[in-house]
Write a protein of this length. Sequence first.
Length: 168
Amino acid sequence: VQRIAWETFLIGYAAYEDRRNSSTPFTLARLKIMFDGPLVDEDEGDKTTARDIQFELYVAAMLRLGGLTVIDREPPDLAFQFGPELVGVAAKRVTGFTRKAVHKLLKKAAQQIDESGLRGFIAINIDSRFRGLQISDEKQERLTEYTTLLDMVNEPNQQWRMNLRILG
């Protein structure tokens, strides 16, 4: 809950700072969807739209509060001006933790960047993967789970290293 409150605060503050931007990602419609959804995804079958939008807006907030002008854009999800270049960001939340699901999500993100004609970054949120882990679990068990997940996320990136549009 503390993390959700912190992210919501940052989103609100960035929205205030971005109020003069006509292409802002911090629209009332998006904020309404974010606030109307469940605070957490109860299980894999639940709709995740509210939390997906929260992650997208959180990424936008971090970029905005870092001094960048963030633009709402589809595809990918966001864009920002970096010197003379407009750079895209595809923001994705991992909810299915099979290798196939992770590969499919990252492939979709890379396709969004390709379709945009921009170079860009893939922002991945893996928070929901740790929902089932307990602090009381053995340290080695938690480390193994974490390493397995990072390996799944990093593995498909290898095939896109040759894609010059994917910056990271």
